[in-house]
Write a protein that binds this ligand. Structure first.
Ligand SMILES: CC(C)(COP(=O)(O)OP(=O)(O)OC[C@H]1O[C@@H](n2cnc3c(N)ncnc32)[C@H](O)[C@@H]1OP(=O)(O)O)[C@@H](O)C(=O)NCCC(=O)NCCS
Length: 390
């Protein structure tokens, strides 16, 4: 497929800046680590058209996911792999059927690895493990993901994601917070229940940072190339540390995180340190919220998630920790910031000005005016981008 056609298609999927960012990220990873996509019989039977289109686009971009067939039910997986192969072959997309055998030996894993490195999509059939239990086949998936350091596992679904009966699909599952509740009676379908249990085991056992998504093939590219994603993203949940001073944190790492999130250098990191009274930090320095004391109430000065990790729910985890300790808080954001509509949902009130929107939670009415004045007068912490030379 022509590269410009692919690029134009991707731009219709999401904002160009997001698409370019993810593309850069995926291409920077080792080829074999990009993604494993599990497709079941129903997808091959009734959604092969959109799925093979996804694979065509990905291959055209130099991305070669591993396609796994027969995870839930391995009967007939060889034939499904062959069918996907024929569709791809017709479009000259390099692919190769690889039978996993009964136990996905290291030789098979090496063959899968070599196929991706040679820019070929491995279509891995689990039919050889058809007498094993679903759990054991998930064990094979775990071993494959561990050996190839996989960064993303996608479960294709006929639904648009994990769904509770009669409700729209869930966009984000934070296992640390939502797991028990979702497994409760009458929540998920039996199939999604099993999937969630298996995914939890997978994420608990795999050491690398990895995301899991459940998505319809029609939304797969949106899931891969946009911050908001599509379908259901399942995460382990972040561990948020609380600090009262910068003495207990790695200052350059924190600064790098803030500058990466905002895409601009700080004017004076020392001043930020001086005013901060509480710091919420994701344990791997992927996100931070900084709170200062003001005469009015707690003032949120920085809320930032590493550019590459945005849209994965870390912001939500930080927010929960922040409002737990600071129920009464106010903050500001640029009207054009994409997060502004989300802030509007989190606040009890807001005031709109041309340069800033000011938000607050649990603020007594008598303090609102002072909060607004304080936020509007707060200094700008970032260097303004230089005008391009004329
Ligand atoms: C704002 C920021 C901290 C959010 O962190 P995050 O980890 O990406 O956020 P999450 O994935 O937890 O998402 C939280 C919510 O924001 C929404 N959201 C996140 N990024 C979004 C985007 N680019 N556009 C629209 N909504 C977005 C999510 O959909 C989610 O809403 P939901 O709970 O209703 O589904 C992060 O995007 C960031 O660092 N941005 C740059 C710095 C910045 O602008 N900070 C705020 C300055 S006031």
């Amino acid at each position: 497929m022509e590269p410009e056609i692919i690029q134009r298609f991707l731009e219709s999927v999401g904002q160009k800046a997001d698409v370019d960012l993810y593309l850069k990220l995926f291409r920077a990873q080792s080829k074999e680590s990009f993604a494993i996509i599990a497709a079941d019989a129903q997808i091959v039977r009734s959604a092969l058209d959109p799925f093979h289109f996804d694979l065509r686009i990905l291959a055209g971009l130099g991305l070669h996911p591993i396609v796994l067939l027969g995870l839930f039910d391995a009967r007939d997986a060889d034939r499904q792999a062959q069918r996907v192969y024929e569709w791809l072959e017709e479009d000259q997309v390099p692919a190769r059927v690889i039978p996993a055998g009964s136990n996905l030996s290291t030789e098979v894993v090496a063959t899968i690895h070599d196929a991706t490195v040679a820019s070929t999509i491995p279509l891995v059939s689990l039919e050889g493990a058809k007498d094993a239990t679903t759990e054991e086949r998930f064990g094979h998936l775990q071993s494959l993901a561990a050996q190839l350091q996989t960064r993303k596992i996608v479960f294709l679904s006929a639904s648009s994601g994990l769904e509770r009966e009669g409700a729209p699909s869930i966009s984000l599952v934070n296992l640390a917070r939502d797991y028990e509740r979702l497994l409760g009676k009458g929540n998920l379908s039996r199939r999604h229940n099993t999937l969630l249990r298996q995914v939890k085991t997978l994420l608990d056992r795999l050491p690398q940072r990895m995301n899991v998504a459940v998505v319809n093939p029609l939304q797969l590219l949106r899931e891969l190339f946009t911050v908001n994603g599509a379908g259901t993203l399942i995460r382990k949940g972040s561990h948020i540390e609380t600090h009262k001073t910068f003495d207990t944190v790695d200052r350059p790492r924190l600064r790098a995180l803030i500058e990466s999130a905002f895409g601009r250098p700080l004017i004076d990191a020392g001043a930020l340190e001086h005013t901060t009274r509480s710091l919420y930090l994701e344990e791997n320095y992927l996100g931070a919220a900084l709170v200062s004391a003001s005469p009015v109430a707690s003032y949120l000065t920085k809320f930032a998630v590493e550019r590459q990790a945005q849209g994965e729910g870390i912001g939500g985890d930080l927010w929960a920790a922040l409002v737990r300790d600071h129920p009464c808080v106010f903050w500001r954001a640029r009207p054009s910031n994409p997060i502004t509509p989300w802030y509007a949902k989190q606040c009890d009130g807001l005031a709109r000005f041309a340069e800033w929107h000011v938000f607050w939670r649990a603020l007594p009415p008598a303090k609102i005016e002072s909060a607004i004045s304080y936020a509007l007068a707060a200094p700008n912490d970032f260097q303004t981008p230089q005008a391009p030379p004329r």
